[in-house]
Design a protein around this ligand. Structure first.
Ligand code: UDP
Length: 470
């Protein structure tokens, strides 16, 4: 059986970080199991993200991809947040997804579909074609546990979750406050909440789950999930970006880092589309400056909505939004890079001593794998949940306080930056992340837990094919 080619179809959502994560998972799969051939199918809004196009230029020969006919951004309801627009675009793409799947079924013996959690409408279509179906979950097992638990939580809790006076218990996870639940669960009358609840109910259609995490950090959560759901949950991570997503700013950043002392620079970035308000940009600028620490800041033009840039960034030059004279005053202290930087290369550099991050799960894992302690500054999606895991669970990040207007003020920023780079708590945080870094390396070795999880996944598909031939 091992030598017979097995075809998989994969479907993602129009967001770079989800696309990169699922493709990296496929790369690991075909690296260890050469007989797998994968076709990645991407729903699209207007045009594919440019970072995705660059990233897809270096794929192994047994991974192919296709973009579905684009949904026009102008046809999506503009009053809804980007996360809702993305989900609506995915749902609208399902007829063309069905055609793409049909054509793959005609030309190959397709065995299984692997879907992003926000493209799980595709699971129903997989059933029509008698395929085995899995969810590849780019975020943490904790988030998966929450999603699987949400239909129950919805029945148990009648108020808004943020007003729930007791901590919320997600199976296999540390207790969390309602205000730290994902952004789309914060208003139960919203369309965002309705959509997520429907998606969570649809998870029951999956035959199993592949999660971008590893046993050292989330084995307990997975045991609780398997006990409860009786379906396989494979921890296949940490899957992090290996291919380049951009050539711009690459050499400038790395050259600048070369001239800095080891572990002295704070890297500041809010993911592939996170933005701050103008007031928060000012506070961050003054906070970094007064910390006296070196920094490399990936700056995007400010916006009132923290995730507005996910559906195409403003064309404005972000540097014009910095306080007057900031660049001149800090020219020896820091480097500000507009919009995009080669993150994994930066985090691997020996001059990096900390990462101020929005706690997107990819950034989180990249920081763990590369052993960089964090400052947790969550903005949206499930990032608050990740921040709780990082600060209270794993204790590898410090978390600054937001004031009553949801702003982190300059004094708070300066203190937390100094603590991370120079302080005792920072040093303990660095030691703890070193332990996780080593565990991540072990998980990814040939006989490591995540590589064995890939083999289990491969065995499940082979067993399914064997049974369907009988
Ligand atoms: N990224 C990058 N350069 C940037 C910003 C982001 O390479 O300037 C990459 C980063 O390395 C990570 C992904 O984009 O792989 C961001 O994913 P994450 O889950 O952290 O956040 P999201 O973009 O989903 O908010």
């Amino acid at each position: 059986m091992e030598s017979k080619t097995i075809h998989l179809a994969v479907v993602s959502i129009p967001a770079f970080s989800h696309q990169a994560s699922i493709v990296e998972f496929c790369k690991r799969l075909v690296h260890f199991h050469h007989h797998f051939h994968v076709t990645c199918i991407f729903p699209t809004i207007d045009t594919p993200p440019s970072a995705t196009i660059t990233f897809l230029q270096s794929l192994p020969p047994n991974i192919h991809y296709t973009f579905l006919p684009p949904i026009k951004k102008q046809d999506l309801p503009q009053q809804h947040p980007p996360a809702v627009q993305i989900q609506l675009a995915v749902s609208q793409s399902m007829p063309s997804f069905r055609l793409a799947l049909k054509s793959l079924c005609t030309s190959n013996t397709l065995a299984a579909l692997v879907a992003d959690p926000f493209a799980n409408d595709a699971l129903e279509i997989a059933k029509e074609f008698n395929l085995l179906s899995y969810i590849y979950f780019p975020p943490s097992a904790m988030t998966l546990s929450l999603f699987l638990h949400l239909p129950t939580l919805h029945e148990l809790v009648s108020c808004e979750y943020k007003d729930h006076k007791d901590a919320i218990h997600i199976p296999g996870c540390i207790p969390i406050q309602g205000r730290d639940l994902p952004e789309h669960m914060q208003d139960r009358s919203s369309i965002a909440y309705q959509l997520i609840l429907e998606r969570c109910k649809r998870f029951s259609l999956a035959d199993g789950f592949l999660v971008n995490s590893f046993s050292k950090i989330e084995a307990g959560t997975v045991s609780a999930l398997v006990e409860h759901g009786k379906k396989p949950v494979h921890l296949v991570g940490p899957v992090i970006q290996t291919g380049s997503s951009s050539k711009s700013n690459e050499s400038g950043c790395l050259r600048w880092l070369e001239s800095q002392r080891p572990k002295s620079v704070l890297y500041v970035s809010f993911g592939s589309g996170g933005t701050l308000s103008q007031e928060q940009v000012n506070e961050l600028a003054f906070g970094l400056e007064s910390s006296g620490q070196k920094f490399l800041w990936v700056l995007r033009a400010p916006s009132v909505s923290a995730n507005a840039a996910y559906l195409g960034a403003a064309n404005d030059d972000p540097l014009q939004f910095l306080p007057l004279g900031f660049l001149e005053r800090t020219k020896e202290q820091g480097l500000v890079v507009p919009s995009w930087a080669p993150q994994t290369q930066i985090l691997s550099h020996s001059s990096i001593g900390g990462f101020l991050t929005h706690c997107g799960w990819n950034s989180t894992l990249e920081s763990i794998v590369l052993g960089v302690p964090m400052i947790a500054w969550p903005l949206f999606a499930e990032q608050r949940l990740n921040a709780v895991l990082l600060t209270e669970g794993l204790k590898v990040a410090l978390r600054p306080k937001f004031n009553e207007n949801d702003i982190v003020v300059r004094k708070e920023i300066a203190e937390v930056v100094k603590e991370l780079i120079l302080g005792e708590e920072g040093s303990r945080t660095r030691q703890r992340i070193e332990v996780l870094k080593n565990a991540a390396v072990d998980a990814l070795k040939e006989d490591g837990s995540s590589t064995r999880a890939l083999s289990q996944f491969s065995n499940e598909i082979e067993n399914f094919l064997r049974q369907s031939l009988q």
